[in-house]
Design a protein around this ligand. Structure first.
Ligand code: PMP
Length: 412
């Protein structure tokens, strides 16, 4: 029988416990490199100037209307979000081969997609749910999200620890060896935690194998525009797969690229393959209706305020341009920190090679520090998860020298 005494304690989320340890450290030198949230050069949370403008408009005034959104979310936000990931001239949008719902940020989009696939994706006609293949390593929340939805998970090779680069051959081999019609989880850009993305040519090879094996691509797009500073460049994988006419889905987050983490603004997109107009309409309607039913049971309807803010930015040309400028500010500062970190380590003659720091992209750098070295860093008041991943946004011109010196000490 269920009693409260039978419930075992769940392990703490390792990343959040690093954050708590940081908060409890009273040293002036302390540096938080754990959580993936942007900070400016003064270590401050940066409210994007465009977000300040958007929230200052009348729509966001005290008279703001706090009514529910429809189950699927805010229509004009959803339409604009589709254009952000697929581009203004996308055939998918022109042909209405897409059905989308606003979600609780990227995590909620992953959940909705996982639940939908778990319930309806039966590629071999049997009752077996297909396995979801994810990169090794991947964002630590991925396996638990898909498992919670009842989908078995497995991994494909991705990271070569000795060269600190993409294990491309391993990846292709594993994708080819997975049973046909498997679900393959891909990071659209700025792979978390490694910071290593396939190049455009490699993406083509991945898409080709996926098409040959009839795999289903599930894209996680949490960093579009934040990685390179260009929304288009960070969407090359998404748009390439879409141009192949592959059936796929996208979990899209606006947390990082708008700096509105806590507002939980995201979108789930399901894209169907080219078909006649009538068949497309029929398929998209069926899929949309099931997604709507799942959304109703999970959250009833998504939160409104953040979606209004993002919608205003996406649908107002002046604000959209300003957003692109803000993206360049964030990505530019991070790239500058990467260069400085590498230059300073090389100048100190810190043993090892540090190319990977500038070759990686996005919020994170996989430093290559071992668990033991990460623990030693913690003794020096530097907080990072034990896999050696650092959030680049936690570094700035004030703390970089101390970080480099500490890293030099633990590596020697
Ligand atoms: N996917 C990846 C790879 C992430 O790094 C994150 C955020 N850390 C997310 C999804 C989801 O973020 P959110 O739910 O805040 O949009």
């Amino acid at each position: 029988a269920f009693t409260s005494t039978t419930v075992p304690e769940a392990p703490e989320d390792p990343l959040f416990s690093v954050m708590v340890a940081f908060r409890n450290d009273s040293s002036e030198k302390k540096i938080d490199l754990s959580i993936g949230a942007y900070r400016d050069n003064q270590e401050k949370v940066w409210i994007l100037p465009v977000v300040k403008k958007a929230t200052a408009t009348t729509a966001m005034s005290p008279d703001y209307n706090h009514e529910y959104l429809p189950i699927i979310g805010l229509a004009r936000f959803i339409k604009a979000a589709q254009r952000v990931c697929l581009g203004n001239s996308s055939d998918v949008i022109k042909d209405n081969r897409i059905t989308s719902l606003q979600t609780i940020s990227g995590t909620g989009a992953l959940h909705l997609g996982a639940l939908f696939l778990s319930k309806f994706y039966r590629p071999d006609g049997s009752n077996n749910t297909p396995t979801v293949y994810m990169s090794s390593p991947t964002w630590s929340n991925h396996p638990q999200i898909f498992k919670l939805a009842g989908l078995p998970t497995a991994t494909y090779r991705y990271f070569n620890a000795s060269t600190r680069s993409l294990d491309f051959d391993g990846m292709l081999t594993d994708l080819a060896a997975a049973p046909p019609k498997s679900i393959i989880l891909l990071h659209a850009c700025a792979h978390n935690p490694t910071g290593i993305d396939p190049n455009p040519r490699q993406w083509e090879q991945i898409a080709t194998i996926m098409a040959e094996r009839h795999h289903f691509a599930f894209f996680d797009s949490a960093y579009q525009g934040f990685a390179s500073g260009s929304l288009d460049r960070d969407a090359i994988a998404l748009r390439l797969f879409a141009s192949y006419g592959l059936e796929m889905c996208i979990a899209q987050s606006f947390a990082k690229n708008c700096g509105i983490y806590g507002q939980r603004v995201g979108c789930f997109h399901f894209i169907t393959s080219p078909a006649t107009e009538a068949d497309t309409l029929e398929t998209v309607t069926r899929i949309g209706s099931q997604l709507t039913a799942l959304q109703r049971a999970c959250i009833s309807n998504p939160p409104a305020y953040g979606a209004h803010v993002v919608s205003l930015i996406l649908n107002t040309p002046d604000l959209f341009e300003e957003w692109e400028e803000d993206l360049r500010v964030m990505s530019g500062r991070i790239m500058h920190m990467r260069q400085q970190l590498r230059i300073k380590l090389e100048a100190l003659g810190t043993p090892g090679s540090w190319h990977h720091i500038t070759e990686q992209i996005g919020m994170f750098s996989y430093t290559g520090l071992t668990t033991d070295q990460c623990l030693q860093m913690r003794e020096m008041h530097i907080y990072m998860p034990l896999n050696g991943r650092i959030s680049m946004a936690g570094l700035n011109l004030k703390n970089l020298d101390y970080f480099v010196k500490s890293m030099d000490r633990v590596v020697r």
